[in-house]
Design a protein around this ligand. Structure first.
Ligand SMILES: C[S@@+](CC[C@H](N)C(=O)[O-])C[C@H]1O[C@@H](n2cnc3c(N)ncnc32)[C@H](O)[C@@H]1O
Length: 267
């Protein structure tokens, strides 16, 4: 008979999130006591930031989706969108796309962007892999942000880790010359993996402390991790130029697959 004992990797179901507070125009919204960027606008100025249907043909014409030509910033695995909202409020001159494979979190982010009247932000339920391989063309993204990629500590699920050598290659392909990746995690094993592999295609910089530019708390997961006293690892990479097609393939092949072990409670 199969044991019913939960695996040590099995997470207890989280309590349901409380209903979203009703916010008045002019108000600032808080999460865990930390403000979420932007001011709530009156209902007649709310926008429609949900990208419910991915337009054809593919790869997508993102300039057409946003209705204007501007550098594209993409937040992959955006969760509730805290980073995208902060970046979009601070840098209105850039187009912002936030994607996540989980519809529930995209609903939170979309509602917040709508209520702030942002019209240069889109939220979509899209898998990161599908996005890079099918939906965006070569040299089309200015910045890729990934905060706290899902660690998949359970070895059975570890093959679902997003940042594989191939994914790193697709990020390089999708970025414009001098395009940048921004990464952050509280999982040391994931971080060591990234620091070992990203320099093959990016000029990679590990940061000592916090990001030089705000916001201080980039994401919901960062807030929770810091409350638990976990160490946050941060870094950014600039796309390396002048790599031949052959060298590109060799560099990808020289990278390890992300099969490292992560303890469920690893700090
Ligand atoms: C640990 S959460 C971090 C969320 C947010 N970036 C933060 O720091 O608060 C990881 C997020 O990545 C999403 N995710 C996992 N695999 C993904 C994939 N292949 N494509 C897109 N999103 C993914 C999950 O649904 C989840 O919302």
């Amino acid at each position: 008979m199969k044991s019913r004992r939960p695996s040590r990797y099995h997470r207890r179901p989280r309590p349901k999130a409380p209903p979203a507070p009703v916010l008045e125009p002019g108000q600032t919204e808080f999460e865990f006591g930390i403000p979420i960027a932007g001011i709530i606008v009156s209902k007649e100025h709310w926008t429609q930031c949900a990208l419910k249907q991915i337009p054809e043909p593919k790869p997508v014409d993102w300039t057409g989706v946003f209705g204007r030509q501007a550098p594209l910033v993409v937040d992959i695995g955006c969760g509730n969108g805290r980073f995208t909202l902060a970046s979009a409020v601070a840098r209105p001159e850039l187009n912002h796309l936030a994607i996540d494979s989980l519809p529930a979190v995209i609903r939170y982010g979309t509602r917040r962007a709508n209520q702030r009247g942002l019209n240069h932000v889109k939220f979509a339920v899209v898998d990161g892999w599908r996005f890079l391989t099918e939906l965006c063309s070569e040299e089309s993204i200015a910045e890729i942000h990934i905060y706290h990629p899902q660690p998949y500590a359970d070895p059975v699920a570890s093959s679902r880790r997003m940042l594989t050598p191939e994914f790193i290659g697709w990020m390089h392909r999708s970025l414009i010359p001098q395009g940048k990746i921004y990464l952050q995690t509280d999982r040391k094993a994931y971080w060591d993996y990234l620091c070992g592999n990203l320099p093959k295609l990016f000029d990679w910089n590990e940061l000592e402390g916090d990001w030089p530019q705000g916001p201080e708390f980039r994401s919901r997961r960062e807030i929770l991790s810091r409350k638990q006293g976990l160490v946050i690892h941060r870094g950014y990479g600039i796309r390396r130029e002048g790599i031949s097609a052959e060298e590109f393939q060799q560099n990808i092949q020289a990278m390890e697959q992300p099969t490292f072990a992560i303890e469920p409670d690893e700090s």
